[in-house]
Each structure stands twice: as C-alpha cells, then as structure tokens.
Design a protein around this ligand. Sequence first.
Ligand code: GLA
Length: 390
Amino acid sequence: MKKQYRSALAGAFLGIITAVALNAAQPNINMTSFGTLRDGRAAQLYTLTNSQGAKVAITNYGGIVVRIIVPDREGDLADVALGYNDVSGYVKDGSTYFGALIGRYGNRIAKGQFTLDGQAYKLATNNAPGDIPCALHGGNVGFDKVLWDATPLFDKDTPGLRLRYVSKDGEEGYPGNLDVTVTYWFSDSNELRIEYSATTDKATPVNLTNHSYFNLRGEGIGNILDHVLMLNASNYTPVDKGLIPTGQIAPVAGTPFDFTKPHAIGERIEEQNEQLEFGGGYDHNWVLDRKTGIIGKLRGSLQKAAEVYEPASGRVLEVLTEEPAVQFYCGNFLDGKNVGKSKVAYKKRTGFCLETQHYPDSPNQPSFPDTILRPGEKYETVTVYRFSTR
Ligand code: GLA
C-alpha cells in the first residue's frame, strides 16, 4: 500500500516534469540590433523571455519597452504594447512617448519654471495644452530620447535589463548631476517589475515613470474603450485648461472620474464635464488610497493602484506601485499619424497609459508630496505591471 502510494506520487511528479519540459522555455535574454540614431550611434533591443514563453523587449534608446507579448485566456500570445519596429520610428515620433522611461520630471511643470532653495530655474516649454506653455516629461531631450548603458542580467531564473544614464548638471535646465539606474525584470508570473533609483550632487526635482501604452486585445486592434478599469483612488487632482493641477485634491465620488468600482473606460468619457473637456478625455492624476502613507518623502510600500480587464481576450493588467499617484491617460492625442509595429495607424484612444508618479507640478505646489532629491539621499521607487487572464 505504502509502496503503491509512493510510485503514484513519483508518476505524478514525472508528469509535472514532462509537462514543464514540453511547455516551458528556458528563460533567456536575446540581443539584436534596433537600428542607428541620426548621429550614427547604434541602439540595441533586448528581448527577455520567461519560462512561459512570454516576452518583453526593451531598447537602450530611451529605455523604451518595445514589446510585451503575453497570453490571452486561451494561451494565445499577442503584443499588448504600442510602439515601433525600429529606433527610427521612435526618433521620428518624438512626442507620444510610447513605452519610454520618463525623466527627469515626469508630467507637467507650469510655465516650465520653478524655484528651489531661493533660486529660479527655467526649463524648455515643450508642450502647450490650451495654448498655455509648460514643461512636459523632462524637456526637449528627456530620458526617453537618450541612449542608456545597458547590462542584461538574471536574478535566479528571472531575466532583467539594467539601464544607467547620468544626466549632467544643467541638462534641460535642471540642477545637479543625476545618476539614474532603472532595472526591468520579467518574471515567470508575467510581472514586469521596474526598479528606479537615482542620486544627485545638487538638490533637484525627480519624478521618474514609464509611459507604456497598452491595448490588452493587442496593439493595433481597435480602441481601448471597452477595457474595464479600476483605480484604487478616491481622489484626483483637477487641472486648469493648461492641464496643470489647481492644487485641489478633489473626491471622485459622483463624477466620471470614479473608478473605485470597475467601469469601462468609454462608459462616461463623453459626459459633459469640464475636466474631461480640458483633458480631451481622461488625462489626469489620481491620488492613490494607500493603506500606509508615503514613508519618507519619496517612497511608500508596493500597493495595488489599478486593474484593467479586457473582456474579449480575458487579459488582465494589474499595476502595483510605491508611488502616491497614477496618471491615467487614454490616448486622446493619438490621431492616426503614427503607424505602429503591425503597420496599423494608432488612432485616438487605441492605447492607454498608467504612469505611476508623484503629482504633476509638485515643484510649484508646496501642499503636494515633496519631489526634491538632495545630495546624500537616494531616490528609490518600484512599479510592477502584472499580466494575467480571467
Ligand atoms: C502624458 C500627458 C498627456 C500627453 C501624453 C503624451 O500622459 O499627461 O497629456 O501629453 O503624455 O502624448
């Protein structure tokens, strides 16, 4: 009896091994050329494959996440990230920030200026919603348009890519040499984990994020209005017509901004609402309901910020972050001029972003959580994009 039991166990065990051997790939990192920049420098593409055969491809140009290839509920793989097939696509585009690492300051700074420790700083005004100029996403040449040093690496069986960039004192008008490291990991459970860190030699604002656009049905396949969104946020920061926060932290209850319970993105997007009008749809900063507050000034614990479900494919995206807020932007400015990886033009609202962040314009808003990094301090923050199905 005892013996039989043992051999049944051994049989079951062997079954698992076989199943693993048949279905699973060896996690690996593959490097290929991604084309050359206008100045002749070469960009590379690093494809991280996990043991499930799911893949995330990242280029050292702008630290851009080029592909996220994950299964639907039938196990069929599709690329759920908007973007281009080579670096020239990203260079030509210049303004959608598909998949990119954003810095030194993600989101907007009013009038492209701020005062820090009594000194005034002037930034490029590279954006002007409602014809009101502001600084957006780090300036004319933000972290999305520079070549990062890349090192492929493994943590046990998890493939990763470490990127480093040193932003010079005065670059894009910001003070201090900022030494930035961003590490991407892609785990067997289809979690794309992004670890950001930075140090500086002068006080400077820092707000790093990733600007991936997702379409969980697959990039190039229609709009994202049927995707069902939940945001773990009872409040948001309303904006003026230049998309700069008014300073108010407003409850979402009773407004089209209430995603505390799941709603299709398109359900209320055409309602008469001044905030929706200013953003041309959703393009706002939601203040996350955190079980614990922000520990210190730059870091909290990893908590769930958002969940998106796409009914046709069954794909689910969960976003976890240590940041206090998330910019939910639903691709209102996409206008069909950008033709993506599968030769399909990305029309309005064919991708959405969940940019984890500190609040926009914090350097000018004393009541917002602090974004100033000082010498001797370490900026560290983590965000996870977790893919599954239902
Ligand atoms: C951010 C902003 C949007 C838009 C996009 C880039 O998400 O909030 O207003 O500028 O970047 O197109």
